[in-house]
Write a protein that binds this ligand. Structure first.
Ligand code: NAD
Length: 261
């Protein structure tokens, strides 16, 4: 499959799933804008490596997705540097775990801003060019937690459910423009976001990291294995293909059987 001549922006592409998606898009010939938090020099070097390896254009466009104005500037900068965007992957996400009664207000605001509102603002900013082109792909990285809840994850679960709702309306509003919008709902994927939860579990229960990992997976999934970021990226790539031109408004699970139970 080739995405040669297409341009993508992947939020949260400085780490984990987003980075794997950016690499897969670049390998398919797509120009990519990386964005996320982290050391600017290091991430710019990563973009340069992608560019050299796959003979595509890649740039790093920093933005803090908590701020809508920075999101609009990020999309404008990506369009200025790489041209009109046809693929938007809303992937950036953060987590915080605490019972609802003690859940800090500022954590609620941050999680809803990054995991949900940022997708609204970025999609809105990308739609004019996609509609003009008559082709577009919006991929929202939701979660098994977009379909079911877990204790202590009020903000994350609410935001991820909301993201699936936003996906459906994006799909319906843009069905006549050649634009599809879909959500991917991963189960456990071993990334820094989950590493932190495993370390917290190991410390709280005085168990090894390996035991914490087995507990965490076993509580939720039928298949006792992490999904690899590259597997999520392969599904994202399929959603960008012409074979997926009528897949829209869907929430696609890749979760080891988490929500089947
Ligand atoms: P990660 O922590 O490895 O990466 C998160 C990315 O988001 C980073 O690039 C980070 O810089 C960026 N980010 C965070 N806050 C930001 C902000 N304020 N402004 C700009 N960028 C910001 O996480 P990951 O596990 O790769 O998660 C990626 C997505 O997948 C998230 O939406 C997450 O909820 C979802 N997800 C992950 C898992 C999993 O098991 N890892 C499971 C289901 C869903």
């Amino acid at each position: 499959m080739t995405l040669h001549g297409k341009t993508a922006l992947v939020t949260g592409s400085t780490s984990g799933i987003g980075l794997a998606i950016a690499k897969a898009l670049a390998a398919a010939g797509c120009d990519v804008a990386l964005t996320g938090l982290g050391d600017a020099a290091q991430i710019s070097a990563m973009a340069q490596d992608l560019s050299n390896e796959h003979k595509i254009r890649a740039s790093f466009i920093p933005a803090n997705l908590v701020h809508p104005a920075e999101i609009r500037s990020m999309v404008a900068a990506a369009e200025h540097q790489l041209g009109a965007l046809q693929i938007l992957v809303n992937n950036a996400g953060i987590q915080y775990v605490a019972p609802l009664r003690q859940f800090p207000d500022d954590q609620w605001d941050q999680i809803v801003a990054v995991n949900l509102s940022a997708a609204f603002h970025a999609t809105k900013a990308c739609l004019p060019a996609m509609q003009r082109a008559g082709w577009g792909r919006v991929i929202n990285i939701s979660s098994a937690h977009g379909l079911v809840g877990s204790p202590g994850k009020s903000a994350y679960v609410a935001a991820k459910h909301g993201l699936i709702g936003l996906t459906k309306v994006t799909a319906l509003d843009n069905a006549s423009f050649g634009i599809t919008a879909n959500a991917i709902c991963p189960g456990w994927v071993r990334t820094p976001l989950v590493e932190a939860q495993m370390q917290a579990r190991a410390a709280a229960n005085s168990i090894s990291l390996r035991e914490a990992e087995q507990q965490i997976i076993g509580e939720k999934q039928a298949i006792m294995a992490f999904t690899a970021p590259e597997q999520i990226a392969a599904l994202a790539l399929f959603l960008c293909s012409d074979s997926a031109s009528t897949v829209t408004g869907a929430a696609m699970s890749m979760d080891g059987g988490w929500v089947a139970q």
